[in-house]
Ligand binder design. Structure first.
Ligand code: HXC
Length: 310
């Protein structure tokens, strides 16, 4: 059964916010990334999601497309982010079919619980390669398209233009109606889906913590090098979000549901919701975040600040 809007996005965003935009997303068949893309599609974007599993990726794409009649959502399977060749084909298909790339979500990630003593070099490398090399690969391939998108956006900037003296002031209602037909909206934006575990460390997650620290560093450097070209690069760091693969791996299965919070460790007193990551995504891709780059938006109910003691 298709999800109701309020189940995957808050009511504060205007329909049509991302009309004409295209998002490319790795890890797009996963619980968090598919929700991020669903929200963007609902708000007007077209999308291309890629994943390793062909059947799952195509099915999730079809499901996301139900968020908005008329949307175009490509699901391209057999893409391993560790292989730049398989990614290149997917990027080319996205650009050919959907006309470009305005937003990138680098969300593909590997995870399993293993104490350091039992972590083989290949196991460590597998996660580093999926998270860090994979994020690098997709960034490298998407950047020319993101730069083009940013250039288009900046040349027809939605920043308020200076009114000439004595010109009639614009009323609230007319500015609303002009903006609804209107501004081209942002382009050239990247979100890396990271984590908070490397802020403190977490047993059995050495490989993931090291990988996520690398992803954060990648985002920060992209922000610095590509800021002058109008591209923004930020990290979303989800905390414990109920109903995700990551939580299923880290918590007992019955605890990882929304009602399964054991009552300790999170200042806001509950697990996060997947839609709260979608909302953070919409914010960072919207004009409301025009001056935000090189940042990490932590969405964790304050959990990491307590380091598990709260
Ligand atoms: C120890 C393990 C292992 C485990 C795999 N390996 N699972 N070692 N414990 N549970 C080892 C293997 O033995 C092998 O090493 C090496 O890892 C590679 O395994 P493969 O299965 O060949 O690798 P591959 O097919 O490349 O898959 C890599 C994978 C992948 C990382 C294991 O299957 C995967 O990522 N699955 C999870 C996807 C997922 O849940 N994504 C959501 C992430 S959530 P040897 O030495 O034997 O060759 C997330 C949130 C993070 O990231 C934040 C949390 C707070």
């Amino acid at each position: 059964m298709p999800l109701e809007k309020h189940e995957y996005i808050s009511n504060v965003w205007s329909d049509g916010l991302f009309d004409g935009k295209v998002v490319f997303c790795t890890g797009g068949n996963g619980s968090i990334c598919s929700a991020q893309v669903r929200a963007l599609v609902h708000l007007g974007a077209d999308a291309c999601i890629v994943g390793r599993n062909v059947e799952k990726t195509e099915k999730v794409a079809q499901d996301i497309a139900t968020a908005r009649p008329g949307s175009r959502v490509l699901g391209i399977g057999a893409v391993d982010v560790r292989s730049i060749d398989s990614l290149q084909k997917a990027i080319d298909t996205c650009v050919k079919e959907l006309g470009g790339i305005d937003f990138l979500i680098a969300g593909a990630a590997g995870n399993f619980l293993a104490p350091l003593a039992q972590l083989s070099p290949n196991a460590f490398k597998s996660v580093i390669d999926i998270d860090v090399l994979g994020s690098y690969n997709v960034t490298k391939l998407a950047l020319p398209h993101l730069v083009a998108s940013a250039k288009k956006h900046n040349s027809s900037s939605s920043l308020p233009k200076k009114q000439p003296p004595n010109s009639p002031s614009t009323s609230t209602s007319s500015s609303r109606s002009s903006s609804s037909s209107g501004p081209p909206g942002p382009g050239g934006r990247i979100i890396y889906v990271s984590a908070t575990i490397h802020y403190t460390g977490l047993p059995m997650q050495t490989h993931v913590a090291v990988a996520k620290a690398g992803v954060d560093a990648l985002s920060n450097n992209v922000a610095i090098e590509y800021g002058p070209l109008g591209v923004t690069s930020n990290v979303i760091a989800p905390g414990p979000i109920a109903g995700t693969e990551g939580m299923d791996r880290l918590a007992k299965k019955q605890q990882s549901t929304p009602g399964g919070y054991p009552g300790k460790g999170i200042p806001l007193g509950r697990w996060g919701l997947i839609k709260e990551i979608a909302d953070a995504t919409v914010y960072l891709f919207s004009d409301a975040a025009n001056y935000v780059t090189g940042s990490a938006l932590v969405v964790d109910g304050g959990a990491w600040r307590t380091a598990g003691t709260g």
